[in-house]
Design a protein around this ligand. Structure first.
Ligand code: ZN
Length: 270
């Protein structure tokens, strides 16, 4: 991959998270390390709906925010449904943990400062976007369905509505399941061909049996960002596969669903 600068690993007490070189505001991709949950949710589970206790999840959030240097506060997150809805949010859209979700959306965009945006993953691709000059950021949940529904196209359009310029947008494509471990049926590569107008070299390859394919969703999303006008040097891609590194990350496929959730967080600094 051209010009890809590596993510860096940040340790804070027992907690560890990843930062991307192309995002110039406060952000982090959580790992499963450094929280207080136990059993199959050991230890930094940031999902409210994984069977964990409210007390554990609240403490895990407190630890994650402390590691990122963010004061304790309500955050902005949505009920993710593998669609292409992207919502522009303000401070009014903050939500307390263990309260009803305000809406369903797989992407959120804001120009409000000190408002942390979150997206959850455990194999799907978390994408963070930042135009620090215009002061516009986004957190996008890119599973394959959202990816091929062009959620990134929708997100970039909404960022532009708020004043962002694609030439100034930095993007980070976070830890997620890689081509090594992500087998699909033919419907995924067919939909990627449609999204990328057949410019799909490196995005998938056929296994040669049973019409199965190995798919690279990170590369697919990187290519889409470039076709939307972002510069390749402004996009960094995590080299970690959540399935291969299941001791460091939650992987839905590896655990067959018995897992916690990672969070990718981004916030415009004051
Ligand atoms: Zn892998």
């Amino acid at each position: 991959m051209d010009n890809n600068q590596p993510f860096s690993e940040i340790s804070y007490k027992d907690l560890m998270f990843m930062k991307a070189p192309t995002i110039s505001c406060t952000h982090g991709f959580s790992t499963r390390l450094g929280g207080i949950s136990t059993g199959e949710l050991e230890s930094l589970n940031l999902g409210e709906n994984r069977g964990d206790s409210e007390e554990n999840v609240r403490e895990n959030y407190r630890l994650f925010l402390e590691a990122l240097g963010i004061p304790q506060q309500e955050l902005c997150f949505t009920k993710q449904v593998h669609g292409s809805e992207v919502k522009i949010v303000t401070g009014e859209d903050r939500r307390g943990l263990f309260t009803p979700f305000l809406y369903e959306a797989d992407g959120i965009v804001t120009r409000e400062r000190a408002l942390p945006l979150i997206c959850f993953t455990a194999d799907c691709v978390p994408v963070l976007l930042c135009d620090n000059k215009a002061g516009v950021i986004a957190a996008i949940h890119c599973g394959w369905r959202s990816t091929v529904s062009d959620i990134l196209g929708v997100a970039i359009e909404k960022m532009q509505l708020l004043g962002a310029d694609v030439k100034n947008i930095g993007a980070a494509i976070g830890p997620s399941i890689d081509m090594c471990c992500y087998e699909t049926g033919p419907e995924v590569p067919r939909a990627i061909e449609s999204l990328l107008d057949f410019d799909t070299n490196g995005c998938f390859f056929p296994l040669g049996t049973d019409d199965k394919f190995m798919v690279d969703l990170k590369e697919t999303n990187r290519r889409r960002l470039i076709s939307l006008g972002l510069s390749a040097e402004n996009i960094s891609v995590s080299d970690e596969c959540t399935f291969c590194n299941n001791d460091r990350y939650w992987s839905h496929r590896f655990t067959k669903g018995a897992r916690g959730s990672q969070a990718a967080l981004i916030m415009l600094d004051n």
